[in-house]
Design a binder for this molecule. Structure first.
Ligand code: HBI
Ligand code: FE
Length: 295
C-alpha cells in the first residue's frame, strides 16, 4: 500500500500552488510502510554521517536525547514525552504546509507542526515541500535548546503581529525565518557549524554551505537579513552566520514595527549581494549561480 499524499496542488492564476490544510491530526503511525521506515533509515544514517563535524554539536546530542534513531520513524508522542517537560514545546501532526497565520499561531503557543508523511525513495535528494524527515530530523532537535525554543516562540508571536500589519512586514519576517531557522550557520569554538533545518536535512547543502567557495558567508544582522531576497530552488547564495542563539533571541526582542516602517522605503538586496556594511566571513566566488529566480 502506498502512503497517501494529502497535500494536493491546484492550478491558479499564480501557477501551481499547494492547497493548504489546517487540520491537526493524529500521526497515522500504523500506516507507514516498510518502504517509509526504510526511507527514514537511509536518510537518517546518511545525514548523521555527513553532519559529524558539520552540524552544531547540540543538534546531534539533542537527537540522541530525543531517542531518534534510524530503526523506525519516531512516534511524535514519544518525542513529546522528552520535549514537553524540557522546553514546553509539543509536536503536532499536520498534512503539510499551513497558512502563514495558522503556522505562526502554533509557534506562538509552542506547538511545532510536523508533516506526517515521508518522501518517496526517488525523492531522497530533493523535494519542493517539507516532509517528515525535514521537519523532524531538521527542526525538532533545536527545540530542546532553551534559547532557541524561546526564539521560535518569539518568531511565531512576531508573525501573528506581522500578519496584521501587512504583506511587506510578513515578507521581511519570512526572510528572517529563511536565513536563520532554515539556512543558518553558527560560529563555535570548533569552527563554523550548521544549525538551519533546511541545510541539515539536505546532503548536498550540508557540504556546500560550509565548504563551497561559491556562497557568501556574512555576519547576521537583523535588518540586513530582512531586506535580503532568497532562493527556493537552488542552494543559497548567501548564508548568515550567528555567534550564538542568544544573539538571535536578543535581535528579536525589540518591537519590529519601526523596522518594518523603515524597510518599507528601502530597496531589497539580491540574494548574492555583498554590502560595504557587511561583516564578510567569506565573499563567495559566485560560481554556478543563476542570475534570476530570487524571491
Ligand atoms: N507550515 N507546516 C508548515 N511548516 C512550515 O515550515 C511553514 C508552514 N506555513 C508557512 C511557512 N512555513 C512559511 O511561510 C514561513 O514563512 C514561516
Ligand atoms: Fe522547515
Amino acid at each position: 500500500m502506498e502512503t497517501p499524499r494529502r497535500v494536493e496542488h491546484q492550478m491558479t492564476d499564480k501557477g501551481y500552488v499547494p492547497v493548504y490544510t489546517t487540520t491537526v491530526i493524529e500521526q497515522p503511525w500504523d500506516t507507514y510502510t516498510a518502504v517509509d521506515h526504510d526511507t527514514w533509515a537511509t536518510l537518517f544514517k546518511r545525514q548523521r554521517e555527513i553532519l559529524v563535524g558539520r552540524a552544531a554539536k547540540e543538534f546531534v546530542t539533542n537527537q540522541e536525547r530525543l531517542h531518534m534513531t534510524a530503526d523506525a520513524i519516531p512516534r511524535f508522542s514519544d518525542l513529546n514525552r522528552v520535549l514537553k517537560p524540557a522546553t514546553g514545546w509539543e509536536l503536532i501532526a499536520v498534512e503539510g504546509l499551513l497558512p502563514e497565520l495558522t503556522f505562526f499561531e502554533h509557534l506562538a503557543n509552542r506547538r511545532f507542526p510536523v508533516t506526517w508523511w515521508i518522501r518517496k525513495p526517488e525523492q531522497l535528494d530533493y523535494l519542493a515541500e517539507p516532509d517528515m524527515f525535514h521537519d523532524l530530523f531538521g527542526h525538532v532537535p533545536l527545540l530542546l535548546n532553551p534559547v532557541f525554543a524561546d526564539y521560535m516562540q518569539a518568531y511565531g508571536a512576531g508573525g501573528v503581529k506581522a500578519a496584521a500589519i501587512g504583506p511587506e512586514a510578513l515578507q521581511n519576517l519570512t526572510r528572517l525565518y529563511w536565513y536563520t531557522v532554515e539556512f543558518g550557520l553558527i560560529r563555535t569554538d570548533e569552527g563554523l557549524r550548521i544549525y538551519g533545518a533546511g541545510i541539515v536535512s539536505s546532503k548536498g547543502e550540508s557540504i556546500y554551505s560550509l565548504e563551497s567557495p561559491a556562497p557568501n558567508r556574512i555576519g547576521f544582522d537583523l535588518e540586513r537579513v530582512m531586506q535580503t531576497r532568497y532562493r527556493i530552488d537552488t542552494y543559497q547564495k548567501t548564508y548568515f552566520v550567528i555567534d550564538s542563539y542568544e544573539e538571535l533571541m536578543e535581535a528579536t526582542r525589540p518591537d519590529f514595527t519601526p523596522i518594518y516602517a523603515r524597510l518599507h522605503d528601502a530597496p531589497s538586496h539580491a540574494a548574492g549581494d555583498v554590502l560595504a556594511t557587511d561583516t564578510v566571513w567569506q565573499r563567495g566566488s559566485g560560481e554556478g549561480w543563476l542570475n534570476d529566480g530570487d524571491v
